[in-house]
Design a protein around this ligand. Structure first.
Ligand SMILES: Cc1cc2nc3c(=O)[nH]c(=O)nc-3n(C[C@H](O)[C@H](O)[C@H](O)COP(=O)(O)OP(=O)(O)OC[C@H]3O[C@@H](n4cnc5c(N)ncnc54)[C@H](O)[C@@H]3O)c2cc1C
Length: 322
């Protein structure tokens, strides 16, 4: 079977792309390890348009139901992990513009176009307690989760722009915010530094190497090494925001499409197209600066419609001479 579109990923971007591909009656395959995407761990999502409050788990179920609502048009392979993607050259196929996607089951699939929607993963601290308390005090998205820490004591790890912005997000809610930076100075924008320094709630701790997160059911402490004095210190906190960046899941396409210096797939924001015609991308895998569910879904709509236009144009062209 040669699919019109193969969508990689079942987060908000992948599911939105599937819905729009189905509405354009494109024969579509969606391959994903799981449905829902990164915010599935969020207890309370308050900014998905049309829902004042929804858990990440319930939103994931809605995404999956919607993607599965077109069984005649959209085939789904889940759980399946894409392990390789390649462009089929003219030598193996009379069409010279198709793609082949291989998964960890050993299966391969062919498509005329691809939509890359396999998102990103948060850069982790990789310290004891981080996984255990993920979603139980350990958080990776301040825009999303700051309101859950009303009246609480929290630590933000990372003194770059993401860390400073997390502090800004937390100031209206938390009682006390420790900002921990590994180096001797903060790295984020001076204007934001000035803003957070004006808040009596914020305490900046430099030369801090985070070592472990401890607690019972929820986080109670963050332990760090003061690199200036070599002393181990403990903070009493109910939340730890890890803001040390994210890593796009772009390894499998790094030889196929242009990536920026952060490994993000570079897209033309008008058409969600990548550097290789026929491959489109949306959501957190891309260099779109705002990483949010609504934006991922919106970009994916653009990708699906642009793939549809691309298919219409490419079908009009006369076949290549043998
Ligand atoms: C903890 C947390 C809470 C958040 N809360 C909010 C919030 O409240 N509101 C908001 O707007 N945004 C929130 N965000 C941001 C939001 O989750 C992301 O912007 C959004 O999920 C990106 O969507 P995506 O579809 O591009 O990618 P992802 O959500 O990363 O989804 C990628 C999908 O691809 C699959 N996948 C990955 N690799 C492969 C592979 N090799 N093969 C097959 N499948 C693969 C994954 O299983 C996943 O289903 C939060 C992020 C985090 C980390």
């Amino acid at each position: 079977m040669l699919y019109d579109i193969i969508i990689l990923g079942g987060g908000p971007a992948g599911c939105a792309a599937a819905v729009y591909a189905a509405r354009k009656q494109l024969k579509t395959l969606l391959i994903t390890e799981s449905f829902g995407g990164q915010s599935i761990v969020s207890a309370d999502i308050q900014n998905w348009i049309g829902e004042k409050s929804v858990s990440g788990f319930d939103l994931a179920k809605k995404f999956e139901e919607h993607a599965r609502a077109f069984p005649d048009m959209v085939d789904i392979r889940m759980p399946e992990r894409v392990s390789a993607v390649r462009k089929i050259s003219a030598e193996d196929n009379t069409r010279d513009h198709d793609f082949e996607v291989a998964t960890d089951t050993g299966a391969t699939y062919r498509g005329k176009t691809l939509i890359l929607a396999i998102g990103a993963r948060r850069r982790k601290l990789n310290i004891p307690g981080e996984e255990q308390f993920n979603g139980k005090g350990v958080a990776y998205c301040s825009t999303c989760d700051a309101p859950l820490f009303g009246g609480k004591r929290v630590a933000v790890v990372g003194g770059g722009n993401a860390g400073l912005e997390a502090v800004t997000d937390l100031i209206p809610y938390a009682d006390k915010i420790y900002l921990l930076e590994y180096g001797a100075t903060l790295k984020g924008d001076p204007v934001t530094q000035d803003r957070i320094r004006q808040s009596p709630k914020v305490e900046i701790i430099l030369n801090a190497q985070t070592q472990s997160i401890t607690g019972n059911t929820f986080v109670t402490n963050l332990n760090y090494l003061d690199r200036a004095t070599n002393e181990t210190k403990t903070l009493d906190v109910e939340g730890v925001f890890v803001e040390i960046g994210s890593v796009p899941n772009s390894e499998i396409v790094k030889d196929l499409v242009a990536l920026d210096k952060y490994g993000q797939v570079m897209i033309d924001s008008k058409h969600a197209s990548t550097s290789l015609p026929g491959i489109f991308a949306a959501g957190d895998i891309t260099d779109d600066p705002y990483k949010q569910n609504n934006i991922s879904a919106g970009d994916a709509v653009k990708a699906a419609l642009a793939a549809y236009a691309y298919l219409q144009n490419s079908e009009k062209k006369p076949p290549a001479e043998a």
